[in-house]
Design a protein around this ligand. Structure first.
Ligand SMILES: Cc1cc2nc3c(=O)[nH]c(=O)nc-3n(C[C@H](O)[C@H](O)[C@H](O)COP(=O)(O)O)c2cc1C
Length: 374
């Protein structure tokens, strides 16, 4: 297993499992001089869990972040930043049943095969949505860093269970309304309908999926490293690390395949002394490089695999077919909790690429006078 790190300049390594002792992240490469406190990381972590028991898993972790290294006197030092939260509400016995009966739709079977049955299956182990707490901790630092350079990353629920926002929300609406309701949809009417649908699905022993839209504002043009570290490719890869993500599209996305060139091309104009485009079908990325327009990504999230309905599976120990009814505490819909995780992954990739491009320097505010010491 050597694939728990992402980034080349702002390198994020995550660790921990659903029912292990903790989940956390190490950031290597964060510039020195960034003001950073546990309070700021905590504020991002607190966005993860909707405060409405009906639409979230019964496992409510307090998730109090501890920054173990990499900061001194309120600033990052340039050394690795290690952050974690302890798992306090784990109930491993809830997962005895899935030891040999893999849940359809979850990673139990694939992990069992890959790791020869040594994988920690409790709560999905390393494949649990809980690992996104470490994404959010690292994302909090990336977001703070990006904000210094004017970049803002926003995500919101666009649709759940086929109930979709009718109009594209304004940026003000996304900023002000998204976290006001438990389903993280900036349209209050749509949010209410979605909430009802989630409660209904849970009652039926079922679950719902949905679509998240994420927008990164003020990314300067020319960020990205073609050809293999193209900005869109790296963002897609990072988002696919969020469990339950099944699709990522930029701008017009799959719809572009049905458009004519004359419809899909974004015409250039000059506005406020800047080159901009009149439309944004490209989603802010051309040739793997940002073009200065908002980077717009839409993410498809599947319905939660663990449902109360009876499902067919196999008993891996006895090698025979079986019926499974999943117990335990599960989210009837993953989308609301995935919002801060997706924002975080986009922020982590942008921070990495902006450092690589030299837009974000390695030292944010110089303190010492090296000249005098020579
Ligand atoms: C924030 C979050 C919470 C999740 N909660 C659950 C859950 O309660 N029950 C469950 O079965 N899957 C949950 N998942 C999804 C599984 O972790 C995921 O479907 C599984 O690891 C298989 O990976 P894949 O869907 O990406 O193929 C959650 C995912 C995220 C991002």
């Amino acid at each position: 297993m050597t694939a728990n790190s992402i980034g080349k300049a702002f390198v994020v390594t995550t660790f921990g499992e659903s029912h292990g002792r903790c989940v956390g992240a190490v950031i290597d490469g964060c510039p020195a001089g960034l003001p950073l406190s546990e309070k700021e990381v905590q504020a991002e972590l607190d966005k993860r869990i909707p405060k409405k028991p009906e639409i979230t898993s019964g496992r409510i972790e307090k998730d109090i972040v501890e920054i173990l290294s990499g900061t001194f006197e309120g600033h990052t030092t340039g050394a690795p930043i290690c952050m974690l939260v302890w798992n306090k509400e784990a109930v491993p016995s809830e997962y005895d049943i899935i030891k040999n009966l893999p849940r359809p739709g979850h990673a139990d079977y694939t992990a069992y095969v890959k790791y020869g049955g040594f994988n920690d299956y409790r709560g999905g182990g390393r494949f649990s949505g809980r690992i996104t707490a470490s994404f959010v901790m690292a994302g909090a630092v990336a977001k703070k860093l990006l904000r210094l350079f004017g970049v803002e990353v926003l995500a919101y629920t666009k649709a759940i269970g086929g109930i979709e926002m009718k109009e594209t929300p304004t940026l003000e609406k996304i900023r002000e309304e998204t976290y006001k309701n438990p389903v993280r949809c900036p349209d209050p009417v749509c949010a209410e309908a979605i909430e009802k649908a989630i409660v209904e699905a849970r009652k039926e022993g079922d679950s719902l999926g949905g679509i998240v839209e994420c927008i990164a504002l003020n990314v300067p043009a020319g960020v990205g490293e073609p050809v293999f570290d193209a900005l869109d490719a790296d963002i897609a890869k990072a988002i696919f690390a969020v469990p339950a993500v099944k699709g990522v599209e930029f701008g017009a996305g799959f719809k572009a395949a049905t458009m004519k060139g004359s419809e899909n091309n974004d015409p250039y104009v000059i506005s406020d002394d800047k080159v901009v485009t009149l439309t944004n079908n490209a989603g802010g990325v051309l040739g793997g490089l940002s073009n200065g327009m908002p980077v717009v990504v839409r993410v498809a999230i599947k319905p939660t695999p663990s449902i109360a309905k009876k499902q067919k599976t196999v008993n891996l120990a006895e090698f025979k077919e079986a019926i499974l009814q999943v117990k335990g505490r599960h989210d009837p819909c993953i989308v609301p909790k995935a919002i801060p995780a997706i924002e975080s992954m986009v922020a982590i990739v942008l921070a990495d690429h902006m450092i690589r491009a030299g837009i974000i320097p390695r030292i944010l505010v110089g303190k010492g006078n090296v000249g005098k010491n020579k």
